[in-house]
Ligand binder design. Structure first.
Ligand code: GAR
Length: 209
């Protein structure tokens, strides 16, 4: 499958919940012309107090806060989210530390148009506290993954991964920081590759050209 874009420039929405360092890395890459075929049109947060919104402001991006307590159900929330995304002609939805599980109908609606960054080498350590899981398991290598989102949590075709060595004196904090540095490399790179139509999905696997 070739990735389908509506125009020459891929319109991107970045969804965050907290600190927003991955959002910052994407915005920096955009400013430095590293992802010239993509434009960050919109930043959405499910938390109006998310620290990362400061980056969206700094780069003068459109911000929409959608707090879940204003909605009766998950479906109602996701329906509104989908409406907003459609109204901005978004081609790619980037989950950059967005700590909400999207409903299957939302994911189906935007099939192969949602990517996520996760702080482990998936399929190892899905879910919360991936870095802590890695330390507890005693792995010597961990890392991060950017993948397309399917209906299962932290699954879906893997686009890019980077590894990080786990040292004996690593703490959850030190390991998270080392992984985060790599996340900041592969998330903008994945956006770049998709925007240049260089990402194909074949039999649930990604091939990059
Ligand atoms: C990142 O480490 C990201 O991989 C993780 O949340 C952090 C967000 O940091 N996401 C997940 O664990 C999703 N399963 P940031 O807000 O500084 O970008």
């Amino acid at each position: 499958m070739m990735y389908f874009l509506q125009g020459d420039i891929m319109n991107v929405a970045v969804l965050i919940s907290g600190r927003g360092s991955n959002l910052n890395a994407i915005l920096e890459a955009e400013r430095n012309n590293k992802i010239s075929k993509a434009q960050i049109k919109l930043v959405i947060s499910n938390n109006s107090k998310a620290e990362g919104l400061k980056f969206a402001k700094e780069y003068d991006k459109k911000i929409i806060c959608l707090e879940s307590n204003n909605f009766k159900s998950k479906e109602a929330y996701d329906k509104e989210l989908a409406q907003i995304i459609k109204s901005f002609n978004i081609d790619l939805i980037v989950l950059a530390g967005f700590m909400r599980i999207l409903s299957p109908s939302f994911i189906k609606h935007f099939e192969n148009k949602i990517i996520n960054v996760h702080p482990s080498l998936l399929p190892a350590f899905p879910g919360l506290n991936a870095q802590k899981q890695a330390l507890e398991c005693g792995v010597k290598i961990t890392g991060c993954t950017v993948h397309f989102v399917n209906e299962k949590v932290d699954e879906g075709p893997i686009i890019l991964q980077k590894t990080v060595d786990v040292k004996e004196d690593d703490t959850e904090f030190s390991l998270s920081n080392k992984i985060l540095e790599k996340e900041h490399e592969i998330l903008p790179l994945a956006i770049k590759l998709i925007s240049e139509n260089r990402v194909n999905i074949h039999k649930n696997k990604v091939r990059t050209v």
